[in-house]
Design a binder for this molecule. Structure first.
Ligand code: ATP
Ligand code: MG
Length: 409
């Protein structure tokens, strides 16, 4: 009898030449981690695909949507796995096509990865096609642009038959591109930026600046919810939280009000860079989008960027708000981000922030408080919360300081 399996297709990974096997293994690890709650019996490579089998009936159907969200997954097909008996795979083809209702036209597309099979692909097309035409006499066979394609894939002793196939998020498997620190607020943009860079294969280590103790810790919980929304397809292993409220107060008392936001940001970037060094992360990622708000003009971005030496990536720099919102909805972070939470962004905000900061003024303001001591103090005060993750490796240095850093529950 046919069993249900998922076939994972992975374009970009397939393109990576000699690294291919390395990437495939990372993708298989991602799949195993993402499907930890399912009764997966095996994840293995077969002829350019990754085959995922399950030991409980109905699990393949349920795991399908999770698989689609895993970075590196270009497409997922919900297939029937049968033996090479024509009766078996033709029956599976009828069931697969019935599941695709409603449709008007279809075609069969067979492929053999073993040439020892007695029928050629064309003969297989004709054989399965004939059975389907009998079972669906009212439907048309169309060679170009049919509504449904019934795929028949012969691999060694097995045949995989599927009609249901959907595009996945694409990209590269998490862990294939090194580590980055992402500046995560509970707003709409930075969760999307984090997701985008994770989709390019980076392990993301978010850092959140909280207004605590000057504000409540609501934004910290929203950031945790955002990380849970990424899971299980994207697993963030650790969220760093920096209680920033008192320092913001100090800055607001020392600096001209128009330049406060730039000072806050410079401190944030500098602390993020320090955490990146501890973590072995090679870049900082933000959710900035050109011109979206006062702090995101070219002048201001430059005035903030100069405090760090590692690259700062802004995956949303050219995106419009509507596009960012659509993506946030798709990845499930939008509703969380819409909950209002006072964070360091709403704290001690000037009435008129500078939109085109002059570097001389910025440098003068930077000297009005002991920024080095502040950065040290914030790095010492950093807290963290750990989450289940297959791809994240904690830095030893911090693990040794675990007690001292007293992570909050
Ligand atoms: P977002 O929607 O991500 O909050 P935003 O439109 O509110 O962004 P800004 O407030 O200018 O824009 O923030 C720009 C970027 O700075 C954010 O996308 C984020 O990467 C970082 N950032 C802002 N606030 C915080 C915070 N409290 N903690 C960590 N990073 C932050
Ligand atoms: Mg914000």
């Amino acid at each position: 009898m046919a069993s249900r399996v998922c076939l994972v297709h992975y374009h970009e990974v397939g393109l990576k030449g000699k690294n291919r096997s390395h990437f495939e293994h990372i993708l298989m690890d991602s799949i195993k981690a993402a499907l930890a709650a399912f009764s997966v019996s095996c994840v293995t490579r077969i002829s350019g695909h990754i085959l995922v089998t399950f030991s409980v009936v109905g699990e393949a159907e349920r795991a399908f949507s999770t698989l689609l969200r895993i970075p590196g997954v270009a497409r997922v097909s919900l297939a029937f796995h049968t033996n090479r008996g024509p009766g078996e795979y033709c029956r599976a083809a009828v069931t697969a096509l019935r599941e695709a209702e409603p449709f008007e036209s279809f075609k069969v597309q067979a492929k053999r990865s073993n040439t020892d099979y007695e029928l050629t692909s064309l003969e297989l097309n004709a054989q399965v096609g004939e059975v389907l035409c009998e079972a669906f006499p009212e439907k048309k066979v169309l060679m170009h642009n049919p509504d449904v394609i019934v795929h028949v894939l012969v691999v060694q002793g097995s045949v995989y038959v599927y009609a249901r196939s959907e595009r996945g998020v694409g990209g590269l498997p998490v862990g294939s591109a090194g580590k980055v620190v992402t500046l995560l607020s509970s707003g709409i943009d930075s969760p999307v930026a984090t997701w985008m860079i994770a989709r390019r294969g980076a392990v993301c280590v978010p850092v959140h600046f909280s207004g605590r103790p000057q504000t409540a810790d609501t934004s910290e919980y929203l950031c945790q919810d955002i990380i849970r929304a990424f899971a299980p397809a994207i697993q963030v292993g650790r969220l760093y939280v920096v209680p920033f409220g008192d320092c913001q107060r100090e800055i607001s008392l020392a600096c001209p009000s128009a330049l406060r936001v730039i000072m806050y940001r410079r401190i944030m970037y500098a602390v993020a860079e320090r955490i990146a060094r501890i973590e072995g992360a090679k870049a900082i990622v933000t959710g900035e989008s050109l011109g979206q708000v006062a702090s995101q003009t070219l002048e201001n971005i430059m005035a903030v960027n100069e405090v760090v030496d590692i690259p700062v990536f802004r995956p949303l720099i050219g995106s419009d708000k509507q596009e960012i919102i659509a993506r946030a909805q798709e990845i499930g972070t939008y509703d969380i981000s819409c909950e209002t939470a006072p964070d360091c962004c709403t704290l001690f905000m000037p009435r008129r922030p500078e939109t085109h900061a002059k570097l001389d003024d910025v440098h003068a303001a930077w000297e009005l408080f002991d920024h080095e001591a502040m950065i040290d103090q914030l790095v010492d005060a950093v807290e963290y919360i750990d989450f289940e993750s297959g791809s994240y490796r904690a830095p030893r240095m911090l693990r040794e300081r675990h007690e001292e850093l007293a992570p909050r529950a």
